[in-house]
Design a binder for this molecule. Structure first.
Ligand SMILES: Cc1cc2nc3c(=O)[nH]c(=O)nc-3n(C[C@H](O)[C@H](O)[C@H](O)COP(=O)(O)OP(=O)(O)OC[C@H]3O[C@@H](n4cnc5c(N)ncnc54)[C@H](O)[C@@H]3O)c2cc1C
Length: 332
């Protein structure tokens, strides 16, 4: 089959690799200039920062096996960060299970997408705007960065949307009843604060779940393996605060989140570098049961981290992997 996949995040890349291994002709359309999606690394003058996914765990045998292969290839490594719970500057034991090893891609989270993309046919900076039925096949209306009008791509025997639910739904709406199921799911936003300090903060931890704050998580990026040394921190605002301040001016968001960082850590050291990134769709607010959706007659499918995929909860790298794999198996 000639298959189009929309989205080169973990779900789309996993799906594409398995379909290509089974001899299908796969083309991925990705609106960004690189693969990886929310598992990304922001490049700055100080080096890379993991501004999206922080680390991942593996609870299923299938994903554990895959992660072992990535580790053998030198693509990922364990992160032995000291993690705590933080309340108004006071750190206490995190109270979260330490049973699962926390893994990160090296030298930055974005590197995994680049490895997984090797050998795949990916059209970067091409946004799919519409799906159209063409006889028994599919055409895609694709917008390229440099071209004013949409181009038509295809025909394809099958189309797979590996996107956040909120982005898959409008593409499905005019062409498929799957839109109804996808329309129930939403992903909450997340404002991320990126900080570089000249001086050491001297904090006795590498990451913290923050209580009673507009922040929910902070991490010392350079405590992860193979990162550039330096006092580099990432802070993520809570879904509630991010939703409320979604349309705010980034400069104001930066100020507010920096204040919250100072309050949470008790450190007043000023950063030499500060920036923010707005993730419009960060993590699922609810979980769609099942692994993926596949309409065998129309040959149209949807996968992503908002499917439970046999796990307890959603919105994680493991969900994206298992969902992409399940859809490849269903489609093949
Ligand atoms: C701030 C933040 C923190 C997180 N922390 C963790 C964590 O600690 N642990 C964990 O396991 N997970 C975490 N996650 C979640 C994790 O990043 C995701 O579960 C996973 O990366 C999702 O992969 P995906 O392939 O389903 O979606 P995505 O990575 O979103 O991939 C979708 C891709 O589709 C592209 N796209 C969208 N629309 C179009 C279009 N119309 N045409 C073409 N391309 C399109 C996008 O550019 C993107 O590359 C975090 C996410 C965020 C944002």
């Amino acid at each position: 089959m000639h298959i189009a996949i929309v989205g080169a995040g973990l779900a789309g890349l996993t799906c594409a690799r398995h379909l290509a291994e089974r001899g299908h002709r796969v083309v991925i359309y990705e609106r960004n200039a690189e693969a990886g999606g929310r598992m990304g690394t922001r490049q700055t003058e100080l080096g890379g920062f993991d501004h999206g996914a922080q680390y991942f765990t593996a609870s299923s045998d299938t994903f554990r096996k895959e992660v072992a292969a990535w580790r053998k290839a030198g693509w990922v490594a364990p992160w032995a960060g000291r993690l705590v719970s933080l309340d108004q500057g006071r750190a206490s034991a995190a109270g979260r299970s330490g049973a699962q090893q926390r893994m990160v891609a090296v030298p930055g989270m974005g590197a995994l997408g680049q490895h997984l993309a090797q050998g795949l046919s990916i059209r970067f900076e091409q946004t799919v705007r519409r799906l159209e039925r063409f006889g028994g096949q599919w055409l895609l209306a694709v917008q390229a960065e440099t071209v004013a009008i949409d181009a038509s791509a295809g025909p394809f025997d099958a189309v797979i949307l590996a996107l956040p639910a909120d982005l898959a739904q409008p593409l499905l709406q005019p062409v498929s009843p799957l839109a109804g199921e996808v329309g129930q799911e939403h992903l909450a936003p997340c404002w991320a604060l990126i900080l570089g300090f000249q001086d050491e903060l001297g904090l006795p931890y590498d990451g913290a779940w923050v209580q009673g704050s507009r922040l929910k998580w902070i991490a010392r990026d350079a405590s992860k393996p193979e990162r550039r040394p330096g006092e580099h921190w990432i802070a993520h605002a809570s879904p509630e605060w991010s939703t409320e301040h979604l349309a705010d001016d980034p400069e104001r968001v930066k100020e507010k989140l920096l204040k919250a960082f100072h309050q949470a850590t008790g450190s007043q050291v000023r950063p030499v570098y500060a920036d923010v990134h707005r993730w419009r769709y960060a993590q699922a607010t609810s979980t769609l049961p099942g692994e993926c959706l596949w309409d065998a007659q129309a040959r149209l499918g949807v996968c992503g981290d908002w499917f439970a995929a046999g796990l307890d909860g959603s919105g994680r790298v493991e969900n994206a992997f298992l969902s992409g794999l399940a859809l490849a198996r269903a489609a093949a």
